[in-house]
Design a protein around this ligand. Structure first.
Ligand code: 6PG
Length: 248
């Protein structure tokens, strides 16, 4: 079985995987509420997490998520209007946040159609994490593309080399259109907990690339962007179905 940088939680069926991730989230949320009175989670877009988000709203076992004191941040976003089908916040609203009792002021879309969405979103983060040079989100849910990108950190794109700012615009020939706004490694790696949700046989070869680097104790963020996700104080857990983990 592949060895990856961090714990691997794996199940043959995605539904079982989603269940384990949901239970983990409930536990982390309860810890965060006890510690800070709020739970700050950042969600990714893409096709993989959408059925997980839907599970969170339809399965009564997950009613323990304290949405009233949860803040939803966005890991990355496409620079399209919020009603565009490519918009991550559109998918996240439709599959999750519109169906749970989360206060509207706790939903933090990236203002991608503004002139400076990066500095605006950084200011929004600082407003909620005052006194912290680098906000520490409680949980960041990442995906991984076939090219081993995560968030909108695409291979050999400019955002890979951002080591100070929290949020940047990422554009250019190495960014899958449309232009993006994305969390950077400094913000992602400062999270208490990082979950990487990867399902489907087509991701097996990409995970093999991550495992090969891990075996050599190497990282290669320019060519394998997800290898640059290395939590500073927190932990990283890979949530994989057997199709992705075993290629079967
Ligand atoms: C996005 C996501 C992106 C996603 C990967 C995997 O904006 O598309 O945030 O980083 O996690 O592209 O996408 P799939 O889950 O669709 O394979």
């Amino acid at each position: 079985m592949l060895k990856l940088p961090g714990k691997i939680v794996h199940h043959k069926e995605a539904d079982d995987l989603f269940h384990e991730l949901a239970i983990t989230l409930i536990g982390l949320a309860q810890q965060a509420i006890k510690r800070d009175g709020a739970f700050h989670i950042a969600l990714s877009g893409g096709s993989t997490p959408e059925p997980f988000y839907t599970d969170l709203i339809i399965d009564p076992r997950y009613r323990g998520i304290p949405w009233e004191v949860t803040h939803v941040w966005i890991v990355d976003e496409r620079r399209v209007p919020f009603d565009n089908d490519k918009s991550n916040i559109k998918m996240i609203r439709e599959s999750l946040v519109s169906h749970v009792p989360i206060p509207e002021e706790n939903i933090h879309p990236m203002p991608v159609m503004d002139e400076h969405p990066d500095t605006e979103y950084e200011a929004e983060l600082r407003k909620h994490f005052s006194g912290e040079d680098m906000p520490q989100l409680d949980f960041i849910l990442l995906g991984m593309g076939d090219d081993c990108h995560t968030a909108s950190l695409f291979p050999n794109s400019d955002a890979i080399d951002e080591h100070d700012r929290m949020i940047v615009i990422n554009a250019g020939p190495n960014v899958t259109p449309p232009d993006r706004v994305t969390m950077t490694y400094p913000l992602i790696n400062n999270a208490r907990h990082i979950g990487v949700l990867v399902t489907g046989k087509k991701k097996f070869e990409s995970l093999e690339r991550v495992a090969a680097l891990h075996k050599l104790n190497h990282t290669d963020p320019h060519n394998v962007p997800i290898s640059g996700v290395k939590p500073i104080l927190g932990d990283i857990v890979w949530y994989l179905d057997h199709a992705a983990l075993l290629g079967e």
